[in-house]
Design a protein around this ligand. Sequence first.
Ligand code: HEM
Ligand SMILES: [Cu+2]
Length: 558
Amino acid sequence: MTSGTITDGPALRDPHTPDSRIGHGADYLHAEHTLRSWFFTTDHKRIALLYLASITAFFVIGAVTAGLVRLALVVPDGQVFTNDTYNKLFTIHGVVMVWFFLIPSIPATFGNFLIPLMIGARDLAFPKLNLASWYVFMTGALFTLASVVLGGVDTGWTFYTPLSTAFSNTWVVPALIGVTIVGFSSILTGLNFVVTIHTMRAPGMTWFRLPIFVWTHYATSLIFLLATPVITVALILLIAERAFHIGVFDPAYGGDPVLFQHLFWFYSHPAVYIMVLPGMGVISEIVPAFAQKKLFGYKFVAYAAIGLASVTFFVWGHHMFVNGQSDFASVAFSVLSFAVAVPSAVKVYNWTATIHKGSLKLDTPMLYAMGYIGLFVLGGLTGLYLATLAINQHVHATYFVVAHFHYIMVGGTVLAFLGGLHFWWPKITGRMYIEAWGRISAFLIFIGFNVTFFPQFILGYLGMPRRYHVYPPEFQFLNILSSAGSTILAVGYLFPMVYLVYSIWFGKRAPANPWDAKGLEWTVPSPPPAHNFLTEPVAPKVPYDYPLQARETGRQHS
Ligand code: HEM
Ligand SMILES: [Cu+2]
């Protein structure tokens, strides 16, 4: 890091800052006020907030379309929307949630905000590139949303050929261009994180003193760098195929539609871990803080992040068990998919062991963390069902799959995102939210989520296909239950949007470390100064230096 400039408080301050601002610490929020200072900022913390605002807006679009899909499914005869509108609704929902919410959510907001603070750095390695990533992201997202305004897309978020090339009459090309552009943003962010973590660590911040949050973002960045180019190429080929019939995927021109699925899932399965690993990083920070206990098996948790990031590249074929690949390939992909359970289970066991005999504080972030662990376990176990060849035959492309991936992605990523948002909210904004409201909405979300998605496991098992809105009347009860749950869930999501925003103006001022948490980000004031550290940061000798540790069990903390 650029030590030397970081010596003492006053020396760090911008000489042009008026004295009145130095009065309240010239924190990053108040360092400058103009709109220009936000849209051309190179401060990783401000860029994090640009992302936070953007992904929140996209989440709202995704949530509203989900609500409409659930509304349509209340009746079995498909009379609420036309077939065409229904297809467009679930496509927008999936596209927006995956590409514009889930993938950027934790890395682009908390990763951006926290990685430099956690490793004791002034900023990311390439601050201008960081700002450029946000502009690239917004350009891509607006391209795709333009296709919605023009008339919508009906291919599903997976853009499978030949539907997306030969049969769909909708605005596939602008949607694809947007998603392709957003991929570049991921690549730039991944590059920035990898270089930052390698080169900008404060003196004494060795690899095995890094918070797990940083480890998981390192692993995620490797996936960004290695997998995203593949989807970029696949989507460019798809655009070319649709526009010029070049014959890569369309059999009529000598292409192969299954090839698209290989390329798509070679990225999109690892992308599941782009969504899940950062969430695991968040949980690994929250659990020790609210148990006041060292993270159990730190090194195993760190290795498990790299393990997951590696194995995830070898399982894409589990999406294609019934779409034409050799039996040998299917067996291999099935076995490899089971292997993913090992590092996942390592993490779950280590969080559980950290909670065990801890001195638990059940504040909002911890409620989210515990909800996360439960839902992730259920999502993960049902993944093993799907990886089993014979069971997959039965439940492929049914609501069982929809339930499974929502347990992983909403139960996992979204709960971790909300847990992290509450955990670091005092640090980000300098204000406390009202704890009672936080707990109420955590409960609503947990209950609403399960009422929405658990019935879908049963629906899928009974044979209700995904992406259909006309279904046999005997499935109606479970569908109504699911739609009712989604209403509770929507209220649960709405609450934080209100009370968190309220807290920005009316919340109590936050101390530097409201949770007695460890980690360098808690040593700086809330909100942090524009330049992060007023004095040279000193890396803690042990990560997660909490008072309690797992000695009672007779095991040595690693
Ligand atoms: C408000 C809660 C939500 C409800 C009620 C909901 C409902 C649905 C429904 C009904 C489908 C269509 C399934 C089908 O027919 O194939 C769907 C698909 C999907 N949802 Fe959600 N969802 C919700 C939240 C989310 C969230 C938060 C995410 C991601 C962050 C997400 C990601 C997806 C994806 C990726 C698809 C796949 C779309 C496709 O198959 O084309 N959902 N969801
Ligand atoms: Cu997969």
